[in-house]
Design a protein around this ligand. Structure first.
Ligand code: SF4
Ligand code: SF4
Length: 446
């Protein structure tokens, strides 16, 4: 990678328009519709996506996840990471350019700035202007709008953990308030103040993404063969323009202030603003588009892409890992039992004797209904001849996605429950869907 230009301290990116800009705007709209909209969705009368940390229970469109299920969330994170690696190998920094939250929120903050302070020239002039009431009124309004948007973002973020409909009427506890303000401040600081500095100096992904690239990875590149020698003379020439006229617009639109004509640089976040800008210049000059374009190192050298350009070692490894993890976790999710049982021995009383001479142990059974319907469970026990519950065939009702803990007493004949621990099983049958779980435990004899 070549050395970047020395950059001004503050960057005032020029507005662009074009197909990639439209795509970026569409991604901002889609991601924000999802982020702001999902906490308002209801599913079977409850918030559709709710990460209830207090009760260690995550609810995602009817799928209940308890601490025992966090392996699925871990699998989801691994799938996202591998998906990002695969995507980067194939198409470079598309994630950074179009859907990374830092890019999306910076884009929104720049829109607010354009609304309140004007275009890149007006903003630069305002910063250079002497202090005045008008200047600070404009800047104050800009900050007020950015902070209001950040607060809305913070409130929505907390809405994934505390019911959104309660937060919306400001029915919140001190921790909800703390996290709302924290996330709002974080959004304002990263997207409203630091902006491209986060990508340049704080994001680790920018540093190691190069390791995922190969000669066929699509990256945004300047076609040096076509563009050079550059110069404004080309624009004045009678000959049709082919190369770069050195207008500098591709640099003016760059949100990180680099010159793509110096080659691939880690500061390039892949936003494609320079492609749109250069395409517009080429359109005006009636020259073919694509002096800056998505292309691969291989294609830039004039070598044809191999017929099977997807058959590359990195692509194959990431694809196989991804497919394997998705298949395994989907199968496990489909086969997941609709309820869970935890057995806890009551350690306060080991062995008791009943009036009819039986030995008795006490347990707490924790029944977790992971479905969206109320369920009834029948409790039984086996493992020793004549072993029984104090209430044989006891039925316990558990509400949808709720947990119920019941205290049970198990009684066994001392003739069979001799001194020491005996393996027994609690047999819990869900009456609705006829699923049975056998949970191992031990019975202490006299
Ligand atoms: S926008 Fe295109 S023509 Fe203008 S300086 Fe950049 S590469 Fe050259
Ligand atoms: S060089 Fe082009 S693609 Fe890279 S950050 Fe700048 S404008 Fe975006």
């Amino acid at each position: 990678m070549s050395k970047p230009d020395s950059k001004p301290i503050k960057i005032y990116p020029r507005l662009t328009s074009g197909r990639f800009n439209n795509l970026r705007v569409a991604m901002v709209v889609v991601t924000q519709l999802v982020f702001f909209g999902v906490p308002w969705l209801q599913w079977n009368g409850r918030q559709a996506v709710h990460f209830n940390l207090a009760e260690h229970h995550f609810l995602i469109f009817g799928i209940s996840l308890w601490p025992q299920d966090f392996i699925y969330l871990a699998a989801l994170l691994v799938v996202c990471a591998l998906g990002l690696f695969l995507w980067t190998t194939l198409a470079g920094r598309l994630w950074c350019g179009y859907s990374c939250p830092q890019t999306v929120y910076t884009q929104i903050m720049i829109w607010i700035e354009r609304l309140t302070l004007g275009d890149h020239i007006a903003r630069r002039r305002l910063d250079a202007a002497p202090a005045s009431v008008g200047k600070y009124a404009k800047k104050g309004l800009n900050q007020l709008l950015m902070l209001s948007f950040s607060l809305w973002t913070g409130l929505t973020f907390v809405g994934y953990f505390t019911p959104m409909r309660e937060l919306a009427v400001l029915d919140m506890g001190p921790w909800d308030l703390f996290w709302t303000l924290f996330y709002a401040g974080f959004t304002w600081l990263l997207a409203g103040v630091l902006r491209e500095k986060v990508c340049l100096h704080m994001c680790p992904y920018a540093r190691f993404q190069g390791a995922m690239f190969d000669d066929h990875t699509l990256v945004i590149s300047y076609d040096e063969k076509r563009g050079e020698p550059r110069g404004k003379a080309q624009a004045r020439s009678e000959e049709p323009v082919k190369g770069c006229i050195d207008c500098g617009i591709c640099v003016q639109v760059c949100p990180t202030g680099i010159d793509i004509r110096h080659g691939l640089q880690y500061e390039c976040i892949g936003c494609a603003a320079c492609i749109d800008a250069c395409d517009q210049v080429m359109d005006k000059l009636k020259s073919p588009r694509g002096l800056i374009r998505y292309t691969s190192a291989q294609a830039l050298q004039g070598k044809p892409a191999p017929a099977r350009s997807l058959h590359r070692p990195r692509v194959a490894v990431y694809s196989c890992l991804l497919a394997g993890i998705i298949m395994l976790s989907t199968t496990a999710l489909v086969l997941k039992k609709p309820f869970k049982v935890d057995v806890l021995r009551d350690r306060a009383s080991l062995v008791e004797q009943t009036d009819d001479g039986m030995l008795q142990n006490r347990y707490n059974l924790r029944l977790i209904n992971t479905t969206e319907q109320p369920q009834r469970y029948r409790l039984d026990v086996d493992g020793l001849p004549g072993i029984r519950l104090e209430q044989p065939g006891q039925i316990v009702a558990v509400k949808p996605a709720q947990t119920e803990t019941v205290a049970v007493r198990v009684q066994a004949d001392p003739e069979h429950a001799t001194r020491g621990a005996h393996t027994i099983h609690f047999v819990i049958r869900s009456l609705g869907d006829d699923v049975t779980i056998r949970e191992k435990s031990s019975f202490i004899g006299e």
